[in-house]
Design a binder for this molecule. Structure first.
Ligand SMILES: Cc1ncc(C[n+]2csc(CCOP(=O)(O)OP(=O)(O)O)c2C)c(N)n1
Ligand code: SF4
Length: 479
């Protein structure tokens, strides 16, 4: 086998998209300021991915911070994580796809402030991922506030007189902290202040990525990087500033290197074949095409969205549907989406009930909509697949759907519940009606589920009646 070409690339790496479609204008350039270290580090990472031939295996987790748009640049797998949570997201990605090479790319605000716990836990667990930590001693994206790595005396927008260590503590040295843990196998710090330093950092990046291809464990590469904009300096001066000020505080060392660790127990997971990928894409395409679901899908493996306002027991109804499905031996998921918690705010949840394992709890094309109030119908009508079932709480939904292709069950759930003595039992009327109308769940299961759903014994009778009434209504409507 010929040796891979490890020379610096003179042209743009193939790992970058040919054009950056982030917004109109020049699609050839990134959004980074002149002299920013993010661009240089991106280049190094891209070149290493290309040389190692791992672009199909790479999952790049981008953070919140100036590098939030990394997914516009890297033609790899991409996930954008909430602030500080990239290591947790990377953990999930790696465990779900053990063959993948996971990169968690993070700034110092992201990693050393809000995400400090995440990174330490991931490092301590020895997750198989590489973390590239861009330390520019400042919160770049939000306008130059103090970060945990801000140097003593350094002026930032939140420390205009300079960081006072008596008030704001001392800079956090992340490499040193992480190298106290047992699990990490590679911990190193580089910088981008001169060609010599840049070439050294390039090696660190490459080595950490190579170790990932061998599934060796947790690698952490910190890169001292310029933020000329946040520092209020010219790019050239900012590089000198790194050497004069940052390097003494953050020494350029290799803190941990367990390259020779014996990994006899490591069995590289089998790479999915290209055919597998094609098959996945074919199935996904077919699933999308099938989105105008067949009636049996609607009844047999329903994808249900339940929506209403806070206080209508929408989330409990969703939980009830999932609970019943589970009790009948089906696969189920329940995903709540919390609106404002106050009464009157909207709430909705996603419920899947299926014979097969469920890929995602998120439902973008429901086959069933339960609309407990008018805004819910208006909001979600457009998402429904052709021929979907709408159970509308006609007591509170005066206007029917605009679409003519939908199957409608008009159910005066609130009125029925009021007759029983409590409008809040309307959700259980719907549970019963859904079971009676579709036959997906049995009445017995619905009643049995109350043992789990209702904690207050005094409310059980009311809810038994609500489910039963709803079931009778649904069954009669079905005819
Ligand atoms: C949960 C949350 N808290 C705060 C913010 C605001 N915020 C966005 S980026 C950022 C700091 C980014 O700084 P850093 O991680 O150092 O990255 P840089 O921009 O310097 O590359 C903050 C505080 C947010 N988006 N989300
Ligand atoms: S603000 Fe700083 S970190 Fe952000 S893009 Fe500009 S130079 Fe880079």
């Amino acid at each position: 086998m010929s040796a891979p070409n490890y020379k610096p690339h003179l042209s743009r790496s193939e790992i970058f998209y040919p054009t950056f479609e982030r917004k109109s204008g020049n699609k050839e350039v990134t959004h980074y300021c002149p002299g920013c270290g993010h661009g240089s580090l991106h280049k190094m990472i891209a070149e290493s991915i290309q040389d190692l031939g791992i672009n199909d295996r790479t999952i790049f987790v981008s953070p919140v911070g100036c590098s939030v748009f990394a997914y516009y640049y890297f033609d790899t797998g991409n996930i954008q994580a909430p602030h500080g949570r990239a290591p947790a997201v990377g953990t999930g990605a790696q465990r779900a796809r053990p063959h993948s090479v996971v990169i968690s790319y993070q700034g110092d605000g992201d990693l050393a402030a809000i995400g400090l716990n995440e990174i330490l836990q991931a490092a301590n667990r020895g997750e198989k991922m590489v973390v590239f930590f861009v330390n520019n001693a400042i919160y770049g994206m939000t306008g130059g506030q103090m970060a945990p790595t801000t140097l003593p005396g350094m002026r930032t927008t939140t420390t205009p007189m300079g960081r006072d260590t008596r008030l704001a503590g001392n800079p956090t040295r992340m490499c040193e902290l992480i190298s106290t843990l047992d699990a990490p196998i590679y911990v190193a710090r580089g910088c981008l202040a001169s060609p010599k330093h840049t070439m050294r950092t390039r090696k660190l990046v490459r080595k950490a990525l190579k170790m990932q291809t061998e599934g060796k464990g947790f690698c952490f590469v910190e890169v001292l990087s310029a933020c000329p904009t946040g520092w209020g300096m010219q790019p050239v001066d900012s590089h000198q500033w790194i050497l004069d000020n940052m390097v003494p505080q953050f020494p350029l060392e290799i803190f941990v290197d367990k390259t020779d660790l014996d990994h006899d127990d490591y069995i590289p997971p089998k790479a999915p074949s290209p055919e597998t990928f094609h098959e996945v894409i074919r199935i996904a395409d077919a699933a999308n095409q099938m989105a105008p679901a067949q009636p049996e899908t609607k009844y047999k493996d329903p994808r249900i969205k339940v929506a209403g306002f806070g206080g209508q027991g929408v989330l409990l109804l969703g939980l009830g549907l999932a609970q019943c499905g589970m009790m009948e031996g089906r696969h189920v998921t329940w995903l709540p989406s919390y609106g404002p918690e106050m009464r009157g705010g909207t709430a909705h949840c996603h419920v899947n009930i299926a014979d097969e394992e469920i890929g995602s709890p998120l439902i973008s094309k429901p086959t069933v909509l339960v609309a407990m109030n008018q805004p819910s119908l208006t909001k979600f009508e457009g998402e429904l697949v052709e021929g979907a079932l709408v159970i509308m709480n006609s007591s509170m939904v005066p206007n029917k759907p605009k679409r003519k292709d939908l199957e409608l069950l008009e159910l005066p759930a609130t009125a029925i519940a009021e007759e029983l003595g409590n409008a809040r039992a309307a959700n259980m009327v719907v549970l019963g009606a859904y079971a009676g109308y579709t036959g997906v769940l049995s009445l017995e299961t619905c009643l049995e589920s109350l043992k789990t759903l209702i904690k207050r014994q005094a409310l059980v009778d009311l809810n038994v009646k609500a489910i039963t009434k709803g079931f009778e209504f649904g069954k009669a409507a079905r005819g």
